[in-house]
Design a binder for this molecule. Structure first.
Ligand code: OAD
Length: 268
């Protein structure tokens, strides 16, 4: 189903939902987008769950990933290339992906002063490539490295890896790993604090392309709603949070979000 379908009951319902979403966004003080893998699906990056999801096709990842890193970080670094090969499909998709109209619409909303922050679970760097500025990457960024102790981050490119595991050049005490959060790894404190602060300020949250089953991210919309804020879901499928949402845009983010931006522009 798309929003370009001939007008019918569904098309009209979607049109109304777009209007309502734009109205809510325009009437809110601090709009935050909580983003998941579905936003990048139209950029060719596979989602995790669902029929075409990475884990549906290739099985769930190793839940002891971080434990293994802590046990033997040197070995983790030595195996990094093997892992990249195993996840070849994903790595290739990530390397060639470019932002789609959904990413650009979020960038436009920020430029219009309507969207204050993006909390993304995506590691693909596509918000930055789209030009968004206020971003917290709760699960890290694949193009960066991070010190597990002081959370300092650096681009992967250009980081000297002559000694494994690399020691943090800043605090000199921590070990450096990929910035992407592994299974079993705590969310870095600075990122988590940002997300909590943003959720506390937020009076309208967009839930874009997330199945809303992974915590702590899935808790933020619940907190926003409990504090009296509103929720707008942008997803072709239902999620466990659909019932809490004030407005549901049942369509792909790359098609629905640009239409919300059009409405916001028209209402200026
Ligand atoms: P999922 O793969 O769990 O969910 C993707 C969601 O996107 C689903 O609800 C789809 O219906 C929806 N979707 C698919 N195509 C879409 C489109 N074109 N527009 C809008 N929505 C679309 O991905 P996440 O919710 O991001 O964490 O998963 C959360 C976390 O689970 C990930 O960050 C990852 C994994 O554990 C880590 O790896 C740490």
């Amino acid at each position: 189903m798309t929003l370009r379908e001939p007008p019918g009951e569904r098309g009209e319902a979607l049109e109304q939902a777009i209007e309502e979403a734009a109205r809510l966004i325009a009437a809110s003080r601090h709009v935050v987008a909580l983003v998941g893998a579905g936003l990048s699906a139209e950029s060719g990056v596979p989602t995790f769950r669902g029929p075409e999801g990475l884990w549906t096709k290739h099985g769930e990842p190793d839940l002891r990933d971080y434990e293994r890193f802590v046990e033997d970080p040197k070995r983790w670094w030595e195996m990094r290339r093997d892992r990249a090969n195993r996840l070849g499909e994903l790595v290739q998709a990530l390397e060639t992906a470019v932002p789609n109209p959904g990413h650009l619409a979020l960038r436009d909303m920020e430029e219009m002063g309507r969207l204050k922050h993006i909390i993304t679970q995506n590691i693909d760097n596509l918000h930055q490539l789209a030009g968004s500025q206020a971003i917290t990457e709760i699960h890290g960024n694949r193009t960066k490295l991070r010190c597990v102790l002081c959370n300092q981050r650096w681009p992967v490119e250009g980081f000297l890896l002559d000694e494994l595991p690399p020691k943090c050049p800043d605090c000199t005490a921590g070990i450096v790993k990929g910035d992407t959060v592994m299974f079993g790894e705590p969310i870095p404190r600075d990122a988590l604090d940002d997300c909590i602060n943003q959720s506390q300020m937020c009076d309208c949250m967009l839930l874009v392309g997330t199945s809303a089953v992974v915590y702590p991210a899935a808790q933020f919309p619940v907190d926003v709603k409990s504090a009296g804020g509103s929720l707008i879901e942008v997803n072709p499928n239902e999620t466990p949070l659909t019932g809490l949402c004030d407005v549901v845009l049942r369509g792909p983010a790359g098609e629905t979000l640009p239409l919300v931006v059009e409405k916001l522009r028209a209402a200026r």
